[in-house]
Design a protein around this ligand. Sequence first.
Ligand SMILES: [Mn+2]
Length: 196
Amino acid sequence: MQRQAEIERNTLETRIRVSLNLDGTGESRLDTGMPFLEHMLDQVARHGLIDLEINAEGDLHIDGHHTAEDIGIAIGQAVARAVGDKKGIRRYGHAYVPLDEALSRVVLDFSGRPGLEFDVAFPRAMIGAFDTDLFYEFFQGFVNHAGVTLHMDNLRGRNSHHIAETLFKAFGRALRMALEPDPRMAGVIPSTKGSL
Ligand SMILES: [Mn+2]
């Protein structure tokens, strides 16, 4: 059985539809009006082996803030719905990903408790038309609605495009590890509390 979900989230600021399959092949179809964010989400799909379809119409005439944050929220909602009661998953995931001079580490836990530790400094304020402040907003939106504890550290890097790419690739890899079925945990919720 494939773990899939579809979320539609409409506000006065954004209209977003996310459809994903956690047991996919890494295909993505993204139409958000934010090309750099699409480049990053494509990495999450590819490295997380998640099929991801996103249509977003946001108030980009103001700036990208609402759109980036709300895409994070909608992906978080879709992941939470698709993963269900978390029976049989590994729960924890981590990855180190380098890209040339840049190196990032992402560690996450499907704990049910939202939390973001984000130790990343971008040398540039903008990557193309994308404001680097919005990465934090995207991931904060995600953790709040996925119920994930997420630690993201950029360990080194000079180029902001590279730094962002290592973060998103490592995020995809860590998601894949955490969401993978653990054959020795089959049918078991990976917590001594009995729920997550
Ligand atoms: Mn790139």
